[in-house]
Write a protein that binds this ligand. Structure first.
Ligand code: NAD
Ligand code: IPM
Ligand code: MN
Length: 354
C-alpha cells in the first residue's frame, strides 16, 4: 500500500527543510520497499500570495484525504503587517482546527555529542529526556472574542476551554506517561486563572484511571525556571496551548538548538500532521543553512504514529544520531571541532546513513 503524504512547505526555511524530509523518506522507500506518494499544497504566506488566503480550501481537502501531513513552517516579515485574517499563522491555526489536531507531542531529547552546543551547563542538561504534551486547538489562540474595541484603544483575547477539551489532552498525557517513565507534571497557573483551576481538578480526577503514573502540579512561571535549572526531574509535561508553545521553545535549548525539535500534532482519530517546533526563520531563510533535523525527526514521528512503521522510524533516528556523533553540525549548533555543513549536505549525510 502506498502512503499518501501531503507536503505543506509554507514559507522561509519551511520550504527548505521539507524537501530534506522528503529525501529521507525516499531513502526509506528504497531500503524498506515502502512506497510513498507525495503532493504539495500552499499554506501560510505563499498561499496568501497565490490564493489570497492563508488556508485555501483545496489544501484542507487534500490534508483530509491524506494518510499524513508534513508541514514546514509559515510566516515572515512580508506578511507581518497584514490584517489578522490574512496572516500566515492563521493558516497554521486553521489547519490544526480543521483536522482537530488537539494533541501536540514535542519530545525533547538531546544527543550526547551536542551537550556542549547548549549554553546551559553540561552537568545540568545531561540525561534530560522529556516530552511536552501541548494542547493545540483551544485556549487563547482560538477563544472569542479576540478583538480591539473602544476605537482601537482596548483589546480582548479570550482563554476558553471546555471540560471535554481538557480531558482529552490530559488523557493523552497520562497515556504518554504510561509508555515512558510514568511521571506526569501538569503545568498551569491555578493560583490565578479559572481555566487552570478546572485543568488541575481534571488532572486530579484522572489520577484514579492511571494508578501507575505519579503526578505533580507546577505553576508555569516556576516550570519555566525548573526546565533549565533541573530538567532531568521531568518526564511528561502537560499544559495548555500557549504555555506549551512558550515552554517548548525554551526546552529546545536543552538540545542545543530549536532546529533539533520535532513534533507530532494528532487528532483523536484521523490524519496526523508533523511539524518542526521552529518557525520560518526569516533571518536565515534563503541561505540554505537551516538545520533540517527537526523536520527529519518529525518525519520519523510520522512513520511511527501514522504508518506504524517503527523500524523505519528508528532507522531515521539512528541515522541522525550517527551523523551527529560523527561531529557534523549546522550553523545553529555551536561546535568548535566538528565539520560545518549546510542543509543539503546534512540531509545527504543522513540519507547515506540510512
Ligand atoms: P523561528 O523559530 O522562525 O526562529 C527563531 C530563531 O531560531 C531564529 O534565529 C532562527 O534562525 C533559529 N532557527 C529556527 N529554526 C532553525 C533551524 N531549523 N535551523 C537553524 N536555525 C533555526 O521564530 P521567529 O523568528 O520568532 O518567527 C519567525 C516567523 O515564523 C514568524 O512569522 C512566526 O510567526 C513564524 N513561526 C511559525 C511557526 C510554524 O510555522 N510552526 C513556528 C514558530 C514561528
Ligand atoms: C508553533 C508556532 C505557532 C504556535 C504560531 C506560528 C502560530 O509558534 O507551532 O509553535 O504558536 O503554535
Ligand atoms: Mn512556537
Amino acid at each position: 500500500m502506498t502512503g499518501k503524504i501531503v507536503l505543506l512547505p509554507g514559507d522561509g526555511i519551511g520550504a527548505e527543510v521539507i524537501y530534506a524530509a522528503k529525501d529521507v523518506l525516499e531513502a526509506i522507500t528504497k531500503k524498506y520497499n515502502k512506497p510513498f506518494e507525495f503532493s504539495s499544497y500552499d499554506i501560510g504566506g505563499v498561499a496568501i500570495d497565490n490564493h489570497n488566503t492563508p488556508l485555501p480550501d483545496e489544501t484542507v481537502k487534500a490534508c483530509k484525504n491524506a494518510d499524513a501531513v508534513l508541514l514546514g513552517a509559515v510566516g515572515g516579515p512580508k506578511w507581518d503587517n497584514n490584517p489578522s485574517d490574512l496572516r500566515p499563522e492563521r493558516g497554521l491555526l486553521g489547519i490544526r482546527k480543521a483536522l482537530d489536531l488537539y494533541a501536540n507531542l514535542r519530545p525533547v531529547k538531546g544527543f550526547k555529542k551536542l551537550l556542549h552546543a547548549s549554553p546551559l551547563k553540561e552537568e545540568i542538561i545531561q540525561g534530560s529526556d522529556l516530552l511536552i504534551v501541548r494542547e493545540l486547538t483551544g485556549g487563547l489562540y482560538f477563544g472569542q472574542p479576540s478583538e480591539r474595541f473602544d476605537n482601537g484603544n482596548a483589546v480582548v483575547d479570550t482563554l476558553a476551554y471546555t471540560r471535554k477539551e481538557m480531558e482529552r489532552i490530559i488523557d493523552k498525557a497520562f497515556q504518554s506517561a504510561e509508555l515512558r517513565n510514568k511521571q506526569l507534571t501538569s503545568v498551569d497557573k491555578a493560583n490565578v486563572l479559572e481555566s487552570s483551576k478546572l485543568w488541575r481538578e481534571i488532572v486530579e480526577e484522572k489520577k484514579a484511571d492511571y494508578p501507575n503514573v505519579t503526578v505533580d502540579h507546577v505553576l508555569v512561571d516556576a516550570a519555566a525556571m525548573k526546565l533549565i535549572t533541573n530538567p532531568t526531574q521531568f518526564d511528561v509535561i502537560v499544559t495548555e496551548n500557549m504555555f506549551g508553545d512558550i515552554l517548548s521553545d525554551e526546552a529546545s535549548v536543552l538540545t542545543g538548538s530549536l532546529g533539533m525539535l520535532p513534533s507530532a500534532s494528532l487528532a483523536e482519530d484521523g490524519v496526523g500532521l508533523y511539524e518542526p517546533a521552529h518557525g520560518s526563520a526569516p533571518d536565515i531563510a534563503g541561505k540554505g543553512i537551516a538545520n533540517p533535523i527537526a523536520m527529519i525527526l518529525s518525519a520519523a514521528m510520522m512513520l511511527r504514529y501514522s504508518f506504524n512503521m517503527n523500524e523505519e522510524a528508528q532507522a531515521i533516528e539512528d541515522a541522525v544520531e550517527k551523523i551527529v556523533n560523527q561531529n557534523y553540525y549546522t550553523a545553529d549548533l555551536k561546535n568548535d571541532n566538528g565539520e560545518l555543513v549546510n542543509t543539503t549536505e546534512m540531509t545527504q549525510l543522513i540519507v547515506d546513513a540510512i
